[in-house]
Structures are given as C-alpha cells and as structure tokens.
Write a protein that binds this ligand. Sequence first.
Ligand code: ZN
Length: 159
Amino acid sequence: MQGSSSISSSSVEAPTPHCHYGVRSPIRTAWKCDYPGRRFYGCSGYGTSMKCSFFQWYDPAPPARYADVIRRLLETNEGIRSENTKLKKTRQELLDEMRRLQQSVHETTAELEGAVAASMAMEDNMLASVATTRRRGVVIIVLISVIVLLFFFPTKVAS
Ligand SMILES: [Zn+2]
C-alpha cells in the first residue's frame, strides 16, 4: 500500500521534465506499444527540425499480464474488423444477386405476357374455327336429313 501510493503521488507531483534542449516536454499518449493508452513525456520538438527524441514514461508500467490482455483484445478487434469486411462483401454480393434475379423476373414476366397474348389469339382463332365447323356441321346434317327423307319417303315429300 505504502509503495503504490508513493508511486502514484510521485507520478502526479513529478515536475514536467525538460529535454536535452531545455524544452518542457508535454504529456502525450502512446498507442502503438504494448500498453496502448500509456502516457509519456515527449518533446514537442519530436518529428520537427529539432529532431529531439526525448522520451520518458508518465504512467507507471502496468502489470505484465495487461500486455497479454491488450494483445488479445486487439486480436479480437482485428477479427471483428475482418468479419465485418467479409459481411459487407457478402451483402454486396447478395444485392447484386437480387438485382440479377429482379432483372430475370422482369424478363420472364415479359415473356409470359407475350405467350399469354399469343395463346389468347390462338384461342380466338380456334373458337372462330369451331363456330365455322359447327355451322358447316349443321348444314351437312340438314342436307343428310333431306337426302334421307327424300330416299325413304320420296312419295310423301313428292306429294
Ligand atoms: Zn526536446
């Protein structure tokens, strides 16, 4: 307890360090390290023409197992990201497939409408043909009846 409280109070009360050039180093946050989010003093001249690379941790080193936990979380996060990318791809493929199917349905509907129209025209022709045949049939039956009557009862018809 004594040790941990003295560490935290020392990290809070520690004076802002100056770099090799005497510049005060602001507190920054490291992300690309074993403990993402761990803060450090980094010279404001870093990455500039000063090329100052002054560096000193602000936060104390976390327990070693935190690095393992964080690494696993990052791996899980990476897995979720790649899964999300796959799902987006699958979604796009499904949308494309749906558009193709809609196009196919559209074409099939047009074909069916054409076939139905042709079928109806054919049915009309057949009905007209049946009506003509019926009329002819009636005429033929009447003619046969007249012939039969004339043949079997020629006297009756004649008289
Ligand atoms: Zn510096």
